[in-house]
Ligand binder design. Structure first.
Ligand code: MLT
Length: 269
């Protein structure tokens, strides 16, 4: 489905019934990374998976982008779909940074949050310099050069070596990001605020799902978030790198299902 918000068109998949579960992809990905969740969770939730601006089938709008702008896009998408009910927001990596931005402005729209393969801290000076180098590479050699440099790191080493189909799928998904999207993301990633101080203010059921072999965001980041967010639960996804939901969809979906069932019980009380 294509939804028009704020003068731009966003692609979004929308399936199932129940509490809205809004799945926000990372960099440089798109909604197709959530295929196992659309298939495996739409019996208990209304699973919504948009392509962020500049990604997948959404409009390739030039930057500047920011995490706040992405969060505003998501709020506008919920308005366009007339979703008044509180949602569960699940963000992977950059999607997690967007989840923090969404919480800052739209916490009243949330029933719970799921943070996967993400961190609260802002970029270090070295990471910021690496974003500039990546932008330079993308401008000179195109999106393919970015995808090739990221592929070996975005999954667990064992997934990369033993699951060529999954590697091919991730590659195809990443290749559908426009140059505008890659450049916009890199700017937004580089300039995102530090969300560490926000963590203790998050008074919402929270589930944290790190991969045990994530080469981009170390496991300790998830453990520190759990320690800081009051009452947060942490479940480590085994045999998974940065793409937790794709590399081990059975474990990922089981934890999300349990979390949704818990929220439903709370609602009934
Ligand atoms: C992502 O998957 O969204 C990125 O790896 C995030 C990042 O580079 O910080």
């Amino acid at each position: 489905m294509i939804v028009n918000i704020k003068g731009i068109s966003l692609a979004c998949s929308d399936s199932g019934q129940g509490i809205p579960l809004l799945l926000v992809h990372g960099y440089p990905l798109n909604r197709r990374m959530w295929a196992p969740q659309v298939e495996g969770l739409s019996d208990i939730a209304r699973v919504l998976a948009p392509d962020l601006r500049g990604h997948g089938d959404s409009q390739a709008v030039p930057g500047p982008y920011s995490m706040e702008l992405f969060a505003d896009d998501l709020a506008a998408l919920l308005d366009a779909l007339d979703i008044q009910q509180k949602i569960v927001l699940c963000g992977l990596s950059m999607g997690g940074y967007i989840t923090f931005a969404f919480y800052r402005k739209y916490a009243v729209r949330l029933a719970g949050i799921i943070l996967t393969a993400t961190r609260a801290a802002a970029d270090s000076p070295e990471a910021r310099a690496a974003r500039d180098q990546a932008a330079e590479l993308a401008r000179r050699q195109g999106v393919g050069a970015i995808v090739n440099s990221m592929l070996p790191k975005i999954m667990a080493p064992t997934t990369y070596q033993q699951s060529p189909d999954l590697v091919g799928q991730a590659q195809e998904i990443m290749m559908a990001t426009s140059l505008e999207g890659v450049l916009g993301d890199l700017e937004a990633l580089k300039n995102r605020p530090d969300s560490t101080a926000l963590l203790k203010e998050i008074h919402l059921p929270t589930l944290i799902l790190p991969g045990d072999q994530d080469q981009i965001v170390p496991l300790e980041e998830a453990q520190s978030m759990q320690a800081a967010i009051p009452g947060a639960r942490l479940q480590i996804i085994p045999r998974a790198g940065h793409l937790t939901n794709l590399e081990n969809p059975i474990a990922f979906n089981a934890h999300v299902r349990q979390f949704i069932q818990f929220l439903q019980t709370m609602e009934g009380k």
